[in-house]
Design a protein around this ligand. Sequence first.
Ligand code: PXP
Length: 243
Amino acid sequence: MHTKPMRLSVNVDHVATLRNARGGSFPCPIEAARICMAAGADGITIHLREDRRHIRDHDVERMATEVTTRLNLEMAATEEMVAICTRLAPPACCIVPEKRAELTTEGGLNVATPDPFLRGAIARIAARGTEVSLFIEPDPAAVEAARALGAQAVELHTGTYAEGPVAERAAQLARIAAAARAAHALGLACHAGHGLSYETVGPVAARPEIEEVSIGHFLISSAVFEGLEGAVRRMIGAIRAAR
Ligand code: PXP
């Protein structure tokens, strides 16, 4: 298959986490998004959580007008979030499961026995011209279920691969590869994300079916030591070297 360049979407949620730690306006996630775009990021991801622990509503409003690359709104499938997403109509929306007490998204969506609200939510968001992806476990059956629900894309959960024991990485990569092939065969756009770093992004970037990676915590943390622009550039270099 023809290998397209891979897009890097930088998740800037944790710039908002730092800002909210002191209740002020610094550091500003919009400014972070600008730096990421100037460094070559192809997209910006923000997760508006029900509890607003990092990204807040006013951030979403500003991102919708100020992100000039591909804005990806990550959110749970709830009426409140669907209303925001359909009003702002960002280029992309990634639907994730959300548990109130979790530190971060813990696993893929249950697409085998989906919440009855999900199918209609996907249709409403897609009707506004937004590409809808479902965050799922890297499993061909989940990919098929996502397609049956009407999604145009899937984001494969790479957390078990990237954060699990090194000895299990090959097996986890094989799962990711099988799911990516299934997505390609079904005509779905294939994205991947969670827990990726300079060290673990390569084998994911080497999969020709995967066209976007979404990376947040590692990049924002690396920015503390090497600056955000440098961290984004270095990640783009790691992706290109593996592609
Ligand atoms: N993709 C999804 C669906 C996520 O929920 C997250 C975490 O917010 C990411 C990607 C990025 O993960 P990380 O912050 O570990 O890079």
